[in-house]
Ligand binder design. Structure first.
Ligand code: TXA
Ligand code: MG
Length: 331
């Protein structure tokens, strides 16, 4: 139970919050208010539900998502915090600050929220409605801003585009967002602190707690939004796209009912989706790439995947994985 004797914002919202919590546990999407902007939320532990977010937002590629948790204890199950990250969490949580930290070894969050990276973006929201939902749903909630890709972030429930709402089981109308600006995103490289996105907490506020903060990505070769980096997640093994046959030593990443035609005995093969379901394929993508990579094949060959719906994002990620790596020359 959430104690909320003083906070007006929860008045009349309990039923909506309860419906949203059960929608999350069924693997459905919800729209939730936070103090920054409205979020499009899914159970962060559910691969299929997280894949639905990308589908609903019409994202052309898989950008990693912010995972919202009820408090630091929950955050520590998902991410590994150094001293500096801990200091920032203690100073600014709950509030509009997102910390990008390494995933824990047994991190229960979907690999899709990290878009295949080894890091996870975590935030404890201050909004009493978001907090009540986190408590009631009892799961971490992956939530990007609830706008279509490339559009303005919504700061009131009335801003939610019908193209988003049709994918959503429940919209919690918590009124206008008090901050109205997305969270500040901070990343770390050893003791150094990097401002990856300016937002609700100012650089000065951060610096009053941790000293100098550098603007931009930790590595100049990495753009601040990792989705823009060409080979930002690549397996160790080379990746060969649009495979029509499997060559000796290769592992097969299949798609659709025809995989059996290529699959031979003793070969490492996984099917992203036997029924050619894009949501299922997206949900499996990063986990399957990692699993095939662990067999150290001469290459991971990938069957063609249609450029339809989430197929666009899946192919975008696969092309990045197949592109020449840093230190390699393209020939
Ligand atoms: O205020 C906010 O942050 C809102 C509310 C709903 O919490 N959320 C939000 O999410 O603005 P979104 O998806 O619109 O922006 C998330 C940003 C993206 O720019 C993404 O690249 C970055 O977070 N991000 C997420 N995970 C990351 C990671 N592991 N490394 C670097 N950047 C990450
Ligand atoms: Mg956004």
């Amino acid at each position: 139970m959430v104690e909320n004797t003083k906070n007006e914002p929860l008045d009349g919202l309990s039923a909506s919050i309860e419906r949203a919590a059960s929608a999350l546990s069924r693997g459905d999407l919800v729209v939730l208010p936070t103090e920054t902007v409205y979020g499009l939320g899914a159970d962060a532990q559910d691969d299929r539900a997280v894949a639905k977010i990308f589908e609903a937002k019409d994202r052309p590629d898989f950008n990693p998502l912010i995972v919202h948790v009820a408090g630091l204890q929950d955050a520590l199950r998902l991410g590994t915090f150094g001293d500096v990250a801990l200091n920032l969490a203690e100073a600014f949580w709950p509030g509009p600050l997102t910390l990008v930290v390494p995933r824990t070894l047994d991190c229960p969050a979907s690999l899709l929220v990290s878009a295949g990276l080894d890091t996870i973006a975590l935030r404890v929201p201050a909004s009493p409605v978001a907090r009540a939902l986190l408590e009631s749903a009892a799961c971490p909630i992956a939530a990007p801003s609830a706008n279509l890709s490339g559009r303005l972030s919504p700061t009131a429930a009335t801003h939610i585009d019908p193209l988003i709402s049709r994918h959503v089981a429940e919209i919690i109308d918590g009124g206008c967002c008090t901050v109205g600006l997305e969270s500040t995103i901070v990343g770390f490289d050893g003791p150094d602190v990097y401002l990856l996105r300016p937002g609700g907490i100012s650089q000065e506020d951060l610096e009053s707690v941790v000293g100098a903060v550098t603007t931009g990505a930790s590595d100049p070769a990495k753009p601040s939004s990792p989705g823009q980096l060409l080979s930002h997640y690549a397996p160790m093994s080379p990746v060969r796209l649009n495979a029509q046959e499997v060559r000796p030593g290769e592992a097969l990443l299949g798609f659709g009912p025809k995989m059996g035609d290529l699959n031979k005995d003793g070969m490492h093969a996984l099917n992203l989706s036997q029924s050619a379901n894009m949501q299922e394929a997206a949900a499996n993508l990063f986990g399957f790439l990692r699993q095939l990579d662990s067999y150290s094949p001469s290459a991971i060959c990938v069957m063609p995947i249609p450029e339809i719906g989430l197929g666009v994002a899946i192919n975008d990620r696969l092309r990045r994985a197949a592109s020449p790596r840093a230190g390699e020359t393209s020939s």
